[in-house]
Write a protein of this length. Sequence first.
Length: 402
Amino acid sequence: MLALADATRARGHQVTFFLLGDPPASVAAAGFEILDLGGPIFPPDQYRASFQQLGSLQGRAALKHTFAIGARAAEAILEVGPTAARAVGVTALVVDQASFPGGTVADQLGIPFATVCNALILHTDSMAPPFFTHWQPQDTWWATIRNQIAWGGLNRLYAPILTRIQDHRRRLGLPVPARIADIWSGRLQISQQPEVFEFPRRELPKHVRFVGPLRLPGGYQPVPFPWERLDGRPLIYASLGTLQNRVAGMFRVIAEACEGLDAQLVISTGHGVAPEALGELPGCPVVVPYAPQLDVLRRSAIAVTHAGLNTVLDALANGIPMVAVPVTNEQPGIAARVAWVGAGEAIAHKKVTSQALRSAVVRVRSNPSYRAAAERVRDSIQASGGAPRAAEMIEQSFGLGV
């Protein structure tokens, strides 16, 4: 969203961030106005604690906890959002897909809004397996039924959030959405997936646009890294992201899997675990709390990832194949897409052992088809337009002249 805000500001518009939790230092450093949405309902310390708890959860428990955060966030945004946006004279909103009440705030104020899918697109489709599964699409009757049952279970998790939004809109006399997809923009939905990285679908709204990764022109902000410790061997970059990254044992499994290979392992703990807390890991990898991800990936032969979308897109943007070890939420679906496009392999979290991971790493490194597939996606990303194209679409959709 910072990259999109930067591209929008470059087109002559004023941008304000409305956020829950602690304002990211990167947003403040870029000079954007930041306003709190939590108020007394979801103050920053409680929001922070909720995500710290998420970092130690896996599978369905983590998914349910994520939706609990979403329900509480919805309550806060519906209460605080309209007043906050009105106070600064907002004329249009750009709403994260997972900020479910944002469109209702726009409708309450009578202003247009666009939806930005920073994670996978969440639209229900019986042909496309839900994002929380490891399934790949299959054009069979039983796969269709399986998908429908799983999507139905997901809708039950959405229910508390959707009910809050429905009640709020009913009180205001606004049209009441029947399903979660109805809360997203009917004008413009932007996805930072490249189109080739999405499963085939029977139905997708015509206003969904794939623009590829939303990134600042210069990439991420610089962070320190011990480049002098790299010894010239091919690099294996391993990251479990910055949210679900507190399962310390997985870092040891990754180190065991890569020990003895003709490669040097770099582990980024994403500030979830202090590097010193991991002790001495097999193979003596370079372990840092946070890595300059794009710079390290450009030097890497392969990435081992939790299949968070940002890490996967960064790898694909550099034509780097992967072994994906998804933990929870949309990560299984992202890992399934990595395997589906042929850019790597996926191992279900419960099936990960050092030997299974080692075998997958060896296969992906030795078979050039994985890198060739990743490079095909890279070429698609380069042609997609990214944040500048998304900003142009938003301006055109809203009819905003400069």
